[in-house]
Design a binder for this molecule. Structure first.
Ligand SMILES: NC(=O)c1ccc[n+]([C@@H]2O[C@H](COP(=O)([O-])OP(=O)(O)OC[C@H]3O[C@@H](n4cnc5c(N)ncnc54)[C@H](OP(=O)(O)O)[C@@H]3O)[C@@H](O)[C@H]2O)c1
Length: 243
């Protein structure tokens, strides 16, 4: 059973945005700043940015302050310098936060030291990973340790799971009867310049597909059984392209 977040609330920050200088991290910084400013009641939300370059982190805060017209984001937000390859810096960062939002990817290369440091130093961990090999390996290797420490390790809090989870929840609530299967469709719309993806996401996908054999091996270790299903069979999952 995990300890409630309030039990570590003596830490200086409720949230630490790690990888705040990245493409995604910058959006997360703005969102956290907005949420902190809008928060009413229950005390203020204390947060910090973290990454391997103080100068780049300062630039991120500067830009966020300007975009949000909130100068206090630049002046009042603490900067923590931490590098994935420096274990001490990771531990020092994790000791200062209740929750670490990890935006440093590809996770298969950089994620484990962050999960490890969070578990060992009692900070809850959240990421936006879309790399199943990493997510499932972390579950195999850290579930028991995290559970013993009362730490939550929550992967894939991004595009890969949030729309699907909310979609299922919504459908379940609206559906009159027993919901046995849900098919979801994804439609991309591009502008006049076409579509593009960010380089690190591309790398994560390429390495993931290239290494799909190891995922099959990993899943054997879990021994997952298909979820119980009543009524008609679930449709087969897969990709199809609609013109
Ligand atoms: N599932 C989703 O919805 C979703 C959406 C977007 C992104 N993602 C995933 O999120 C990850 C990040 O994507 P991105 O496009 O934001 O990548 P990015 O722009 O390349 O940012 C990577 C971040 O990692 C930091 N970093 C790299 N090596 C580090 C180290 N040794 N120590 C500390 N920080 C280090 C970089 O810091 P520097 O500035 O110092 O280089 C930067 O802040 C990727 O794995 C991507 O697939 C998932």
């Amino acid at each position: 059973m995990a300890a409630p977040v309030s039990s570590v609330s003596h830490r200086p920050h409720h949230i630490i945005v790690f990888g705040a200088t990245g493409f995604t991290g910058r959006f997360v910084v703005e969102e956290v700043a907005r949420c902190a400013a809008e928060r009413t009641g229950g005390g203020s939300l204390k947060w910090a940015v973290a990454g391997r370059s103080r100068q780049r982190l300062e630039e991120v805060l500067e830009r966020a302050a300007e975009r949000l017209s909130m100068p206090e984001v630049r002046t009042d937000t603490e900067i923590i310098v931490a590098d994935v390859s420096d274990e001490e810096s990771m531990a020092a960062m994790c000791k200062q936060g209740v929750v670490v939002l990890n935006c440093v990817g590809p996770y298969r290369f950089y994620g484990e030291p962050v999960v490890k440091a969070c578990v060992e130093n009692g900070a809850h961990y959240v990421d936006i990973c879309g790399e199943p090999q990493f997510l499932e390996r972390m579950q195999l290797e850290y579930h028991t340790k995290a559970s013993d420490k009362g730490v939550y390790v929550i992967g894939s809090c991004g595009f890969d799971s949030i729309p699907a989870d909310l979609g299922i929840l919504y459908t379940h609530r609206q559906f009159k009867g027993t919901l046995t299967a849900v098919e979801s469709f994804l439609k991309f719309s591009s502008g006049t310049e076409g579509m593009c993806g960010h380089d690190t996401t591309w790398q994560s996908a390429v390495h993931g597909f290239a290494d799909s054999g190891s995922l099959r091996q990993l899943r054997k270790k879990f021994g997952h059984k298909p979820a119980a299903c009543s009524g008609s069979q679930s449709p087969k999952e897969g990709f199809c392209v609609f013109q």
